[in-house]
Design a protein. Structure first.
Length: 334
């Protein structure tokens, strides 16, 4: 009995030692990334700065991502502001201005940015927020606007006491240059608005020069003085014909007003006949002045006419040649 009990005990012990306990595999604990609250929140908005955020495995790459995000946001904000301003000045802008501004924004380089907030977690990733002052981005564009604006204003002040033709011509050019300046001005002010002084000089300048041009054109009139010879009188007729074709009032010499621009036609004619061909060469001077005052400016033209019929026919053809020469901008061209 005792032997049987001992044998059973040994058998139990040996079978217990050979049994393996199988346990379920332990899942590794999930590592939670503590993303900064400032990164998950909305990007900062400011009237003085642009902001951007980015994340990556390294601080350098995270900064690049933040800069790309900031440039994307800048582009959207600047384009939105430009479109709003375009509504006011649309009649002065071309159809492709938005496309031009978009291309300019793609070339925009951001250098003076600041890393406003950053955090790198153990083993990564890194989170970065960057910002750049609007004034710094706008500065080079604003300088270009001022550099173009000042000469326009100076040219206008320089002719304040001049004759009506000079002032009309200058006002016309100034309006054209102000309109050409407008896209640059709107782009710079979409980044950061100009101060009140510059705004009034540009935005008010366009309407001012447009009004001044219209006002001076209404007052502008011409007269063609009697020529010294019948032949030169033909060239005087050519001048008057061109003026009337451009819708300028042409007054008689004795009806000239105080600020009427009078045109005196002087010149020399050279006639030559060769092999039954009449050649006429005319050297014509047009002197522009206010009545009984000194000459404002002098224009010189050399025209020719040829005819197989007569010298008179060659003279008339030379007259037509002068009309064609005057058709390109006279009397506003300098």
């Amino acid at each position: 009995m005792n032997r049987f009990f001992l044998f059973a005990l040994l058998l139990f012990l040996f079978s217990g030692c050979s049994r393996k306990v199988v346990q379920d595999p332990v899942e590794p604990a999930e590592v939670k990334v503590a993303v900064p609250a400032w990164y998950t929140g909305p990007t900062q908005e400011s009237g003085k700065s642009f902001f951007g955020k980015g994340s990556a495995d390294t601080m350098e790459e995270a900064t690049k991502a933040a800069l790309a995000d900031m440039k994307k946001g800048m582009t959207e904000k600047i384009l939105r502001a430009f479109k709003e301003k375009k509504r006011k000045f649309g009649r002065h802008l071309g159809k492709n201005e938005i496309e031009s501004i978009t291309k300019r924004l793609k070339r925009l380089k951001i250098s003076d940015y600041e890393v406003t907030r950053s955090r790198c977690l153990p083993g990564g990733p890194c989170f970065v927020e960057v910002s750049v002052d609007r004034g710094i981005v706008a500065r080079p564009y604003k300088k270009r606007v001022i550099r173009r604006l000042v000469p326009i204003e100076e040219s206008w002040h320089a002719v304040s006491g001049s004759d009506i033709l000079t002032r009309y011509r200058t006002a016309k050019k100034a309006k054209k240059k102000m309109i050409a300046l407008l896209p640059e001005y709107l782009f710079a002010s979409s980044i950061e608005p100009f101060g009140k002084s510059v705004r009034s000089r540009v935005e008010g300048g366009i309407s001012y020069f447009a009004r001044t041009e219209r006002s001076l054109k209404k007052r502008l009139s011409f007269c063609v003085e009697p020529a010294e010879t019948p032949a030169l009188e033909l060239f005087s007729e050519a001048v008057e014909r061109v003026l009337r074709r451009e819708n300028y009032p042409v007054l008689a010499w004795d009806e000239a007003k105080k600020d009427t621009i009078c045109i005196q036609v002087e010149g020399k004619l050279y006639h030559d006949s060769r092999a039954d061909t009449h050649l006429l060469r005319a050297s014509i001077d047009l002197k522009l002045r206010e009545p009984y005052k000194k000459v404002i400016e002098k224009r010189h033209y050399v025209v020719k006419g040829a005819s197989s019929q007569s010298g008179i026919q060659a003279l008339f053809r030379a007259k037509k040649a002068l009309e064609r020469s005057l058709a390109t901008g006279f009397p506003l061209s300098e």
